[in-house]
Write a protein that binds this ligand. Structure first.
Ligand code: HEC
Ligand code: HEC
Length: 207
């Protein structure tokens, strides 16, 4: 239900808006409210990786905003975000299929490999042979929004039953951070390193 509602709302304000509005609308309906009191229009800024800058994918920005709204414990919030983001980085998406409409043909899936809109969308276009900004790309991002919305709610519901644990970063990122994290302290973040640093310099220590 959340997925379908998020899918429905994307055209009104983009990916981040669609995800946020979709989840909030379903919740409000379940609680018998006819109108949302939250100023959801603010979430329109997230479209295309924040105002079309291609930074954080709007679906993840929206998902993390919902997580931030419902989980105030720092550790659990970060675990939920880590689970959502690493799932997005490594899973073949989108698998969400809207009910039969004129747009409900199959849409190619791929693994984004990155939480960044620029990487996720450009890579999908290149792998599927579509142009950036094409109706096919828009449909892909719309289905992705539906799917990330459902995943966010799934994680939050599981977290209500049992505090969210995060299995850990991928072995690759773990190995990079084993030196660049605590020891060298010259690298910020947990994104998959090799989505950008494909080739290390010849003088880089072997490991
Ligand atoms: C065994 C420890 C170790 C591991 C593991 C390691 N690095 Fe490094 N890395 C270093 C050191 C030491 C330097 C040089 C640091 C300096 O110049 O201050 C360096 C330098 C770099 C640099 C600077 C440019 C270059 O290419 O030398 C980048 C980028 C980098 N590492 C990325 C990575 C990534 C990505 C990974 C994981 C795939 C990784 N490192 C794994 C120790 C490590
Ligand atoms: C979205 C792309 C991207 C990702 C993902 C990324 N980096 Fe970087 N990283 C960069 C860029 C760009 C720079 C700046 C390079 C420069 O200006 O020389 C940089 C700089 C660095 C530096 C300093 C390099 C130097 O010259 O001293 C290190 C070390 C580094 N990254 C390690 C990592 C590690 C470890 C990860 C994974 C946890 C990671 N990076 C993920 C793009 C990325």
């Amino acid at each position: 239900m959340v997925a379908a509602e998020a899918y429905r709302q994307v055209p009104d304000g983009g990916c981040m808006y669609g995800l946020f509005a979709g989840i909030m609308t379903v919740m409000a309906t379940e609680q018998g409210e006819s109108q949302l009191s939250f100023p959801i229009h603010m979430m329109k800024y997230g479209e295309g990786g924040v105002g079309l800058w291609g930074s954080l994918c709007g679906t993840l920005n929206g998902g993390a905003a919902v997580i931030g709204l419902f989980e105030q414990d720092k550790q659990r919030r970060e675990n939920l975000i880590a689970k959502l983001f690493s799932w997005y980085e490594t899973t073949e998406l989108p698998t969400y299929q809207p009910k039969a409409t004129k747009d409900s043909e199959a849409i190619p899936k791929n693994i984004a490999g990155s939480v960044l809109c620029h990487v996720s969308a450009s890579k999908w276009c290149s792998e599927s042979g579509n142009e950036v900004g094409s109706p096919e790309m828009k449909e892909r991002c719309r289905r992705l929004t539906a799917e990330v919305a459902a995943k966010t709610v799934e994680l939050l519901n599981a977290n209500l039953r049992e505090p969210c644990k995060f299995a850990g970063l991928s072995p690759e990122v773990k190995s990079c951070l084993s030196c660049h994290g605590k020891e060298l302290q010259d690298s910020m973040g947990k994104m998959r390193c090799n989505s950008c640093h494909r080739q290390l310099s010849k003088k880089h220590p072997q490991f």
